[in-house]
Design a protein around this ligand. Structure first.
Ligand code: T4K
Length: 418
């Protein structure tokens, strides 16, 4: 345990972790259960193009979302592209900039123009009033994002979309299993899209799933995901199918979801408890009524109170072998190719968040002891921010090694820990 600021690795102490502790480590699954499914895939000879595991996964995810249809695909980004094509929308799409850049790229890739609106400063979620202000005669759809493992104000967005006759899609990449007033995420808007990427609470190595109650949308998406068979449209179709092995992994991961979420909830509660008296560090809180899945533990770093900025804390942790992620910085409008076109509105809340947020490790690979160690480091750094900043300006030896780790091939991140 580090008790003095001079114990920090950036100030010459030893790194706290031998093996990297990373944000985004895949959730633990029952290996035997997964391998049994793989055996069945190999025995059956059905590897893709609509096998029994994909069908079973679709049934399970539709149940979780409380809708009639689910179409599993190769990832969430492609699923959002297929959705936009299936619905035939054109023009501009209003969306928050405080999201992973995939939300914007997916729309741009199919010829739509993202128009970014600001977020609620307290929750980081899309602000429906700001979304309203961004609607023009060119708007074709609104895309809401359920950020960090809790729902965005989807009912307000539904009202807004209905009022203007627009499509509403929800990027639910982070929010599988969440709910708003008992209504499950997955059931809002015209369709929602889950990510089943390795780093998500339910992972299928790679994967995405579109859920909707609208039969026509589901049918068109189903067709477009497999080369457009059975539909005639100007784009044909694409190959967005999910393989059986991904579905087998996603099903196994889904079985572990209650344990994964409980584990994440405990981690989150411990972060809150251990950091709540640390001036200038605030842990994002979640309303239990929204059934948060605690996909991410997000802290905000106040430079005025701590004497250091978010990037400094990231570097302090990196030196300790704790690999954090600034989800989401830069915000979409601050990154290519969106910087070339000024946003029609200033996005001060998004920019403030993008400058201050940091995702800390959680998930089943992060233990209680790991969280306690990370919190010790954060508390020490935050209460001696000026000293840490001075030390980093002087260029400590430790940093080079850990910068290499971050910017190198990354293979070191994937060793040892389970
Ligand atoms: N919408 C939103 C709001 C999203 O957050 C995302 C994806 C999408 C849409 C699109 O969903 P997909 O098309 O991917 O289904 C990662 C994920 O690749 C991405 O899926 C995720 N969001 C995003 C938030 O995080 P990066 O660029 O941060 O990935 P990377 O390689 O830096 O890995 C992140 C961390 O996870 C590292 O600390 C290492 C760790 N990791 C990663 C992988 C792949 C592991 O420990 N094991 C692994 O296998 O994007």
């Amino acid at each position: 345990m580090k008790t003095s600021v001079s114990d920090l690795a950036v100030l010459g102490g030893s790194p706290s972790f031998t093996d990297p502790l990373v944000v985004g480590r895949p959730s633990r699954v029952d290996r035997r259960s997964f391998l049994r499914r793989v055996e069945r895939i190999l025995d059956s000879g059905r590897h893709s193009n609509g096998g029994p595991f994909v069908e079973e996964l679709e049934t399970r995810l539709a149940e979780i979302a409380g809708v009639r249809h689910c179409v599993a695909m190769c990832n969430a980004t492609t699923a959002m592209q297929v959705l936009a094509r299936a619905r035939g929308i054109r023009g501009e799409v209003v969306m928050p900039s405080m999201t992973f850049v995939a939300t914007a790229h997916a729309m741009r890739w199919v010829g739509l123009a993202p128009v970014f609106c600001d977020v609620d400063p307290l929750t980081g979620q899309i602000d429906p009033r700001r979304a309203r202000a961004a609607i023009t005669p060119r708007t074709g759809a609104i895309v809401g994002v359920h950020l960090w493992g809790r729902p965005c104000p989807a009912p307000e967005l539904e009202d807004l979309a209905a009022e203007h006759g627009l499509d509403l899609y929800l990027d639910a990449a982070h929010a599988i299993g969440c709910a708003l007033d008992g209504r499950p995420v997955g059931s809002f808007g015209d369709a929602e899209v889950f990510s089943l990427h390795a780093t998500k609470v339910v992972g299928g190595f790679e994967g995405g799933a579109l859920v909707t109650d609208d039969e026509e949308t589901a049918e068109r998406v189903r067709s477009l995901r497999a080369f457009g068979e059975g539909t005639r449209n100007e784009y044909g179709g694409t190959n967005a199918k999910m393989s059986e092995v991904s579905a087998a992994m996603a099903l196994t991961s889904l079985e572990a979801l209650p344990d994964t979420v409980s584990h994440n909830r405990r981690n989150h509660a411990l972060y809150v408890e251990l950091l709540e008296r640390s001036p200038g560090i605030s842990v994002e809180r979640f309303d239990p009524a929204q059934r948060p899945n605690h996909q991410y533990v997000i802290v905000r770093v106040d430079p005025a109170e701590t004497g250091m900025d978010r990037d400094t804390l990231h570097r302090v942790l990196l030196a300790e072998n704790v690999i954090t992620r600034p989800y989401f910085s830069p915000a979409c409008h601050q990154t290519e190719p969106y910087t070339c076109r000024p946003t029609p509105f200033p996005l001060p809340r998004t920019e403030r968040l993008a400058a201050t947020v940091l995702a800390l490790p959680t998930g089943t690979g992060t233990s209680t002891t790991d969280v306690e160690t990370v919190c010790d480091i954060v508390r020490l750094a935050a209460s001696h921010g000026d000293r840490v900043v001075r030390a980093l300006q002087a260029g400590p030896a430790q940093e080079t090694r850990h910068d290499d780790l971050e910017h190198g091939s990354g293979s070191d991140l994937f060793s040892a820990r389970q």
